[in-house]
Design a protein around this ligand. Sequence first.
Ligand code: SF4
Length: 366
Amino acid sequence: MTGNLQELKTLLDDVSEGHRLTVTEAESLFKVRDRSSFLITAAADALREKRCGNAVTWVKNQNINCSNVCVNSCGFCGYSCKPGDSNAFELTPEEVGEKAALAASRGVTEICTVSGLHPAYDLNSYLSIYRAIRENAPGVHIHASNPMEVAYAARKTGCSTREVLEAFRDASVGTLCGTAAEILVDEIRDVICPEKISTDDWVRIIKESHNLGIRSTATIMYGHCESVTDQVRHLSILRDIQDETHGFTEFVPLSFIHPGTPLYRKGMARPGATGREDMLMIAVSRLFLDNFTNIQVSWVKLGLKMVQIGLMSGANDIGGTLYEESISSSAGAKAGEYLDPADMLYISEDLGRTLVERRTDYSPVH
Ligand code: SF4
């Protein structure tokens, strides 16, 4: 199909008129390697304009990583370590509270927290963290945990994942992180994160969360050992969930950062996605995920110049300021820990688009 330029143009026209891309069509778009790639990004950019206008949105947020000690050993993770390792750390709830107070003094509207699966953590440990944030940063949205952490807290506490989510909600968790999705294909999960929850469990927990009124982000981690077919299977699962729950606030493609990861060092993964693949991941996602309004391009993974290309390929959101970032940098990412809104403004204005600060739910700050 994609060997034929006219057929490609017809397909892109059909999508812009409302045709829902099939899995086979999406796969064929991902496989385009020549200058026709720019037809796909242009179609995605036009759809972005139609669906969410010309604003480039961002959120003033701060990350708090509470511990890097983890019982799992995911092959793509350069962040985690084992108890007793020289770089192991664990914040007390008091220390989390101090970081939350600092974040609040910076005027953030969102605090994000994800941690390793600490061997001593149970549901109460997570709740102490959220209470510390709530007390020290009242009014700030808490975007926390992911389905893996929910499953872990349930297992360690002897309760159901639904009970964990209800407790999180009562402790002021506003939205759940849609991470730990990686690639929602069990054959790939068995290679890159064999101890993580299965695809079925991830889907069940995320739906449970949405049904309890806790919305979440949606992510994919691509560019390691998955195929285009796996990528599309993943996107298809997300689209089906969104049809059912409408609980995803945004889709965030996360490009694999390889240098510091066991997976790459053992020769089990390629050295990350290429620029073409990064660009097409954003574009095809925009075209395929017809029930998502917001597609984010990650500056942590891609750096500022590629972020601008992403904004021209279907993305409408840059993500957050972060202030602290250690998960991607531990794997070898070079983008740093903080993105200054002045830099966001620079690349947005260069595209003739307006930079708009948003909250977690995408309502404008002013
Ligand atoms: S990705 Fe998360 S669960 Fe996996 S090893 Fe790293 S910190 Fe642990």
